[in-house]
Design a protein around this ligand. Structure first.
Ligand code: KIV
Ligand code: ZN
Length: 521
């Protein structure tokens, strides 16, 4: 009989460990709401002991997303009392909370990281589980670096923490060392022993992608009895990332004949979730990425197009609509009218109010004038930009005067004196600056730096086209550093100079936003 596989999403914890991908509390809530729409079984919302901001974000997700739902909310703790308390105090508001703790089992971790004996580490783990269990019924124990651990010590640890009350055992391939056959064999043995001890304990895997095998290892684990998979959207995460949720879910669904397993994921939300995560975290999805890359469903060779026209299954194993893409993309123009634009937005499954739609429609007309043809991708970015400009700011309405807004800009590019003149406002104040630079962007950023009173350094500047055609939207992404923290900001516009200015201002505003993130809810 086909088995249900639990999907544990760690985009907001392991995924957020990507340098620069840190989200503010409102962005984390937005991702969590989308993960709920995607119908993941468990959201790992963060690492509360790491900062007050992360603690508050997990707490708000537990309160606002984790109520009246079967979906569990968890967060990570090391096997120490203060971390466990932080997780407990953040997730306890959810209807189904869980404490997740991690402690290494490999010799490298036990001896080199902790300088302790194996027995000492095992005892620390058991005591931590007993403590967590005294706080709430659901406790997951992760045996960090399991794939490089001595098998019998790994088993001894698992047996002891189950005895102490752990309800889920997570076996991580922390450094992406495993290969599918070996990993599958290990999971098979562990699963047999675990189910003999307690058939209700779920066996989970968490695979990293250092050798490009995270998805393969995860699937091999499922084939060998794992009940639960830990994944991230678009495969983001520490170093080379984690197993990609969309790949694991679609492999289980498309090859159900082989795996005999299914998930509860709402597959039609896969593309939207990917876009939201990519956009909020500022992490582009590689174009040929399985399932969520731009080219994943594009057929370019004449032979393939011909074959598809004769029979879709000649070259297509997943119908694009299964993951939430439109089968036939309608191209909008300035003459398309409100109804067609509203319809296209609804088809992208983006919820906006009538009032927001009016604002988006005005932006649409401007874009359609500049670009002539507007595709779904353009529309998605347009709505997102609009919401970011207008609604996110509403979260900080009482502080609206603290944010910078670009009013006007003129940049002249010539080989002798590239120059920029800008007008920026902040509340009722207006600032102007005119500067020359080594090039137009240098002149622009020098002018902005002169008037924007935020201490930040640009580490990276990247410009790319995000949509099709020569009038494509240009995306500018910058990475800035401020007081040892890295921020990624981006902006899109058909005028890339304007996008460059907006990206700078977005970065400054992200740093300012941090002051207003609530410390008490
Ligand atoms: O990679 C890892 O081992 C982890 C654990 C916290 C599960 O992320
Ligand atoms: Zn990890």
């Amino acid at each position: 009989m086909s088995r249900k596989i639990w999907v544990f999403d760690t985009t907001l914890r392991d995924g957020e460990q990507v340098p620069g991908a840190k989200l503010n509390i409102y962005e984390k809530l937005e991702v969590a709401q989308q993960l709920k729409k995607l119908q993941v079984d468990i959201i790992e919302a963060g690492f509360p002991a790491s900062s007050e901001g992360d603690f508050q974000a997990v707490k708000q997700i537990a309160q606002q997303v984790g109520g009246s739902t079967n979906m569990m909310i968890t967060a990570l703790a090391r096997a120490v009392k203060s971390d466990i308390d932080a997780v407990y105090n953040a997730v306890k508001y959810a209807e189904n909370p869980m404490i997740h703790m991690v402690l290494g089992t490999s010799d490298i971790h036990v001896e080199k990281k902790f300088s302790k004996s194996k027995d000492q580490i095992l005892q620390i783990g058991v005591d931590a589980v007993k403590y967590a269990k005294s706080l709430m019924p659901q406790v997951q124990y992760s045996t960090e670096d399991a794939s490089r651990s001595d098998f019998e010590y790994l088993w001894k640890t698992i047996e002891a923490v189950i005895d102490a009350g752990a309800t889920m055992i997570n076996v991580p391939d922390t450094v992406g060392w495993a290969v599918p056959e070996q990993f599958g064999d290990m999971i098979y043995k562990l699963n047999n022993r675990i189910k003999n001890v307690n058939p209700d304990v779920l066996l989970s895997v968490h695979c990293h992608n250092d050798l490009g095998m995270a998805t393969a290892n995860t699937l091999q684990a499922v084939k060998n009895g794992a009940d639960k998979v830990e994944c991230t959207v678009n495969g983001i995460g520490e170093r080379a990332g984690n197993a990609a949720l969309e790949e694991v879910v679609m492999a289980l669904s498309t090859r159900g004949d082989y795996f005999d397993a299914f998930t509860s994921i709402n597959k039609k939300e896969i593309i939207n979730t990917s876009k939201i995560v990519s956009s909020l975290m500022g992490l582009d999805v590689q174009v040929n990425k399985a399932i969520t890359g731009d080219n994943a469903f594009a057929h370019s060779s004449g032979i393939h197009q011909d074959g598809l026209l004769k029979s879709r299954d000649a070259y297509e194993i997943i119908h694009p609509t299964e993951v939430g893409l439109d089968d036939m993309e309608l191209i909008l123009t300035a003459r398309s009218g409100r109804h067609a634009v509203r319809n296209a937005i609804n088809n992208l499954s983006i919820d906006i109010t009538d009032e927001q739609f009016e604002g988006v429609f005005a932006d649409f007309l401007e874009l359609a004038d500049a670009k002539k043809e507007v595709y779904d991708h353009d529309l998605f970015i347009l709505v997102e930009d609009y919401l970011r400009r207008h609604d996110k700011i509403a979260n900080f309405e009482k502080h609206a005067d603290a944010f910078y807004v670009l009013e006007d800009i003129q940049v002249i590019s010539n080989p002798i004196f590239p120059s920029a003149t800008i007008k920026v406002s902040k509340g009722t104040e207006t600032f102007r600056a005119s500067t020359v630079g080594t090039g137009p962007i240098d002149a622009l950023y020098t002018a902005l730096k002169e008037v924007i009173d935020v201490d930040m350094n640009i580490m990276e500047y990247k410009i790319s086209s995000v949509t099709r055609g020569k009038e494509a939207l240009g995306k500018v992404k910058i990475q800035v550093q401020s007081h040892d923290k890295t921020y990624i900001a981006k902006a899109t516009h058909t005028d890339v100079i304007r996008a460059s200015a907006e990206a700078y201002i977005n970065a400054a505003n992200s740093i300012i936003v941090e002051q207003f993130v609530p410390t008490e809810v």
